[in-house]
Design a protein around this ligand. Sequence first.
Ligand code: HEM
Ligand code: HEM
Length: 181
Amino acid sequence: MAQALHHPPQSYSFTARTLHWTIAAIVLVMIPVGIVIANNLGGPLQTPLYNLHRSFGILLIPLVIWRIVYRLTHTPPPLPDHVPAIQRLAAESTHGLLYVLLIVQPLVGWIATSAYPAQFWFFGLFPVPLIWPENRDFSNLMFGVHLWLGLAMAALLCAHIGGALYHLLIRKDGVFQRMTG
Ligand code: HEM
Ligand code: HEM
């Protein structure tokens, strides 16, 4: 570990770090706001929270596509050698599943909203096209899927953030700082 500290691992690029933290900030707000609106806990803020949840969810789609294309064309620097194979596998599987859910979850929310059908505006600027024909039963089914995928994301994020904090506070090996520069 001391050796690792003398030779801190290389960081993710500025673009990768900016995309990671922008998307992370949005997703970490989407989950609690989703739970608030679905359970009608927003009081007078219920309608604005609905609009914010859907608008930020739509905004995520191009951001995540940009991030995945960038990731596929820019391999990040390798993890330091001391990280055991089992932890690499755990981290890589978590990251892979998060990428899948980052694409699927907003699409499921958009499809469910379209099939309901509920017209909504992108940050009050323009109406977002509905991408599924009206079908209330299918919409309810998709909102059920949206709930379970949201819970799966929350569970993966607990593991992900726990792993990041383990490197920051216990291992102190510079792996956390790969994402802070
Ligand atoms: C407090 C919140 C978070 C912290 C502290 C954090 C920390 C980190 C760190 C340190 C890494 C680099 C791991 C490495 O060196 O291999 C990383 C990578 C990653 N994070 Fe996070 N993260 C957070 C939130 C999120 C959220 C909300 C998401 C997605 C919804 C996310 C998705 C990812 C993905 C997909 C990677 C893999 C990057 C790649 O190699 O392609 N993170 N995160
Ligand atoms: C990564 C992006 C997203 C995440 C993490 C997310 C997460 C969640 C969560 C956890 C819930 C609560 C589910 C429940 O308790 O039943 C929820 C509800 C909801 N989401 Fe999302 N969501 C995302 C994107 C979207 C998008 C793009 C839309 C629509 C365009 C959307 C529309 C909704 C609606 C309308 C509800 C309320 C459902 C109801 O009233 O039962 N979401 N979301």
